[in-house]
Write a protein that binds this ligand. Structure first.
Ligand code: PLP
Length: 427
């Protein structure tokens, strides 16, 4: 869609944007939902599709930024959650089924103990506090381009336009807040080795980077980082907010690497706010009244607990992953062929149920390579896909995700749209 046809097809979104921006900065509730010239306003979803306020139908591969692998309006979730809503959505004290969810997560992801929060942001924030309490140290190592939510301490070098040194990724964060945050390049083991000489409490990472497109992990690098962290007694935190639901047992299960702490969220919940801080017993045991603070009114609320139980036990099964990953491989193959036919420099990365198209001749290995890809071309491709009725990914720094509702027919639709998109991007 060039900008002219986007504005012709989405008049309702434009009108809402103009009204909403009077009362909401940029007319949205999350900066990540805004894009130029104005964002889409979505009315409803079902299965693999969403409809915007103008009635345009899209096969959706953004899936709520990777949440809705269960498919929109999943009947099993609707049925079970409706019952819970009638019985009270927040009951105070502890809901009787929370332990059942903790045991399921422990079985599936290998976490010895588990606590629940409501968002990925809260969970990563708590994980750092837990690591500091456990080690008695202050410093935290993070990787450039990795996103761990919107709390202050890790909102550094997430998406710098001109990466150089340590850069705050938001106004309003005092420098003092991040004096203990150390930033290093992803996939650069020498840099990691240098900073490990400092007194490090935690090393936090997305085990597969999914907020600078999808950058595959060099498994050697990951193992080496984990080994070095263990040698100096730093707590290894895998932020699996995204990756946890993109393979049956997340990245840690797929790579066979057990972190000290892991964070889960997004798609394991079936679409309701819930996140997990899980990990080794000795580390998790620092949490408690009078010890390390962890709280939240909405933590493990009945709706989110039941939705997560249904999601993990009945919907995102090994068979479901077989289906989603098979479709993902079809998409990757299709993109590679189309890229070749169209004669444009694109590189495709994938992992689990997700993948990304980069406008570069090679898949980037770190943020600096990612930000050097051709973002302008990405937007031409994106709008052309919208015109074909496909939301291919949620943003140039995001990835597509498959759901249990996506079909081979949907993949075909995606690839047809991608062809139009890549041709447009080449112009
Ligand atoms: N960690 C990772 C890896 C994420 O991708 C995100 C969100 O995209 C978060 C944390 C933050 O999660 P939330 O938006 O639920 O706070």
């Amino acid at each position: 869609m060039d900008l002219k046809s986007y504005s012709e097809a989405t008049v309702g979104s434009l009108n809402l944007f103009n009204e909403n921006k009077k009362v909401m900065p940029y007319g949205v509730s999350s900066n990540y939902r805004f894009f130029e010239p104005y964002p889409l306003y979505i009315k409803k979803g079902k299965g693999s599709r969403v409809w915007d306020v103008d009635g345009n139908e899209y096969v959706d591969y953004n899936l709520g930024f990777g949440v809705m692998e269960v498919g929109y309006g999943n009947e099993r979730i609707v049925r079970e959650v409706s019952k819970v809503i009638e019985e009270g959505t927040i009951l105070g004290f502890e809901y009787y089924r929370t332990g059942e969810l903790a045991r399921e997560i422990s079985r599936r992801y290998g976490a010895e103990m588990v606590r629940f929060s409501s968002t990925g942001t809260e969970a990563t924030m708590h994980s750092i506090r837990i690591a500091r309490a456990f080690t008695g140290r202050k410093k935290v190592v993070k990787f450039e381009g990795h996103y761990h939510g919107s709390h202050d301490q890790l909102l550094v070098n997430v998406n710098p336009p001109n990466p150089k040194g340590k850069t705050m990724s938001s106004l309003g964060i005092p420098e003092e807040t991040v004096v203990n945050t150390i930033v290093v390049d992803w996939n650069d083991i020498d840099e990691v080795e240098k900073v490990m000489k400092e007194d490090v409490a935690a090393v936090i990472m997305e085990p597969v980077a999914m907020n600078m497109g999808l950058i595959p992990t060099k498994e050697d690098f990951l193992r080496e980082v984990v080994k070095m962290s263990k040698e100096v007694g730093a707590v290894v935190i895998f932020d699996e907010t995204k990756t946890g639901g993109k393979a049956y047992s997340g990245a840690s299960g797929e790579f066979g690497i057990k972190p000290d702490l892991m964070i889960l969220g997004k798609s394991i919940t079936g679409g309701f706010p819930l996140s997990v801080i899980g990990g080794k017993r000795e580390v998790m045991e620092v949490i408690g009244p009078g010890k390390t603070a962890h709280g939240g009114t909405y933590n493990a609320n009945p709706v989110s607990v039941v939705s997560s139980l249904v999601t993990l036990k009945e919907i995102l099964t090994e068979d479901a992953f077989y289906h989603m990953r098979r479709l993902n491989r079809m998409l990757v193959k299709g993109y590679e062929e189309i890229g070749e036919d169209v004669g444009i420099d694109v590189s495709i990365s994938s992992w689990g149920t997700s993948g990304t198209v980069f406008f570069s001749d090679e898949v980037p290995e770190n943020y600096k390579e990612f930000i050097a890809t051709d973002v302008r071309r990405w937007f031409s491709y994106f709008f052309a896909c919208l015109e074909e009725g496909v939301i291919p990914m949620g943003g140039f720094n995001e990835q597509w995700t498959l759901s249990v509702s996506h079909s081979e027919e949907d993949v075909k639709r995606h690839l047809e749209a991608a062809e139009a998109g890549l041709k447009k991007a080449k112009e």
